[in-house]
Write a protein that binds this ligand. Sequence first.
Ligand SMILES: *[C@@H]1O[C@H](CO)[C@@H](O)[C@H](O)[C@H]1NC(C)=O
Length: 454
Amino acid sequence: MSAQTESPADVISRAVGGTEYSWCRAVPGGTGVTVLSLLFTKEPNVTRLQEAIHALQNAHPILRSKLRWDPQSNIFSFVVITLNDKENPCLEIQSYDQTHNFYLTVEQEMNTNIWQYNNNGNEVIEHDVMFASVHKLPEGKYAVVLRLHTAVCDRAAAAFLLRELLGLFGGDGKEIVKEEGLGLSIEECIPAGKASKPFWARGADMLGYSVNSFRFSNLEFKANGSPKGTEFVRMRIGADDTARILEGCKSKGIKLFGLLAAAGFIAAHASKNLPSEKWEKYSLATLIDCRSLLDPVLSDHHVGFYHSAILNSHDVKGGEDLWDLAHRIYTSVANAKNNNKHFTDMADLNFLMGKAIDNPGLTPSSSLRTSLISVFEETITQNTDQFHKDIGLVDCIGCASVHGVSPSLAIFDTVRDGELDCACVYPSPTHSREQMQDFVDHMKKILTETSVPQ
Ligand SMILES: *[C@@H]1O[C@H](CO)[C@@H](O)[C@H](O)[C@H]1NC(C)=O
């Protein structure tokens, strides 16, 4: 087209940072396909949806970038070609007719992995980082799903995108926040001095991580061989119980993640029918949203991956008190954070994740499990607006795949309209649906039957 020769394309690009690189390694193996799934009781206006998604892509250039991999240099980078607004290469919404329900659609999307290239050739490979689809489901329902590469969208960004998307799609068409360029990697924003640790400490920690981290106790593995897909079970707790639980956390001075992890550890110990005095060592990955701790400080409208993990472990025996264990878990994460572990150990944990990807045999039964459970330090809160009802929105699930290197159970918690709603994601067939449904049911029983501490 002559228009292109008259106004040549601008190409902006940047190489990925260390944490983004880890995701570029993990996603092809099946960890980090993020889905944001909405259930509607009316047919969504696809034209309008497409306009809303294009507006988001225009406001956040990283969402219309391509992830480029050059196998010769092993460099991954984000690349955006900007012509003018109208000519931007933009996402096409895919449409599907499904005979299965919403939950299976969510699972199907988590297991749709375009980033699973094989690396035999020498050709540069490029893929979009975001996809969107509309699924016509039985009984007159519709699912709208955004699927994203986790390197460009962590959970805080996903929650932000959901708000923006709904605002554009069904709300009053408010102005949306715009970002310049492709943003910064988290490593570029670590406050000066916070990531440094003495050389000897780095060596000692690395040894500690590499020798110990794969020796923790796990849930029983149901099948031999490596995980092939991701499934989830949902845990929903009613408003009264949720209010009691949140009140209990407040009076104990802890955050919800500590309680969720404690319930998970107690359920894990119980699942094994061990003598109650027998200790097991369980490991927990706590994901910290670092945006507010960075330099420059970022907010959730900076779409990208700005989480860091704190990995620690706890000895758990039978008959543990839920709130005491929750307090221990919370305190150890809080102490680690006070010591800047989320910054000092970031590179080590990324390195370790890469080691496990290259050598699955280092993980128990080659299951690629690197911890028992992962939780987020902060809970997402969402409330239903009138306009959600007007557009027929009745449900929402946000989570990411975990069948590459990952924990056995990743908990994506939301408090929606005062009710705790967790997508509990696990690798299959490593763990079976029946096993994980029992496990999560037990967690729920532990959480709802507890009395609030005095
Ligand atoms: C769908 O949305 C478009 C663009 O906002 C609008 O022009 C059109 O009238 C809508 N269609 C229906 C059936 O509401």
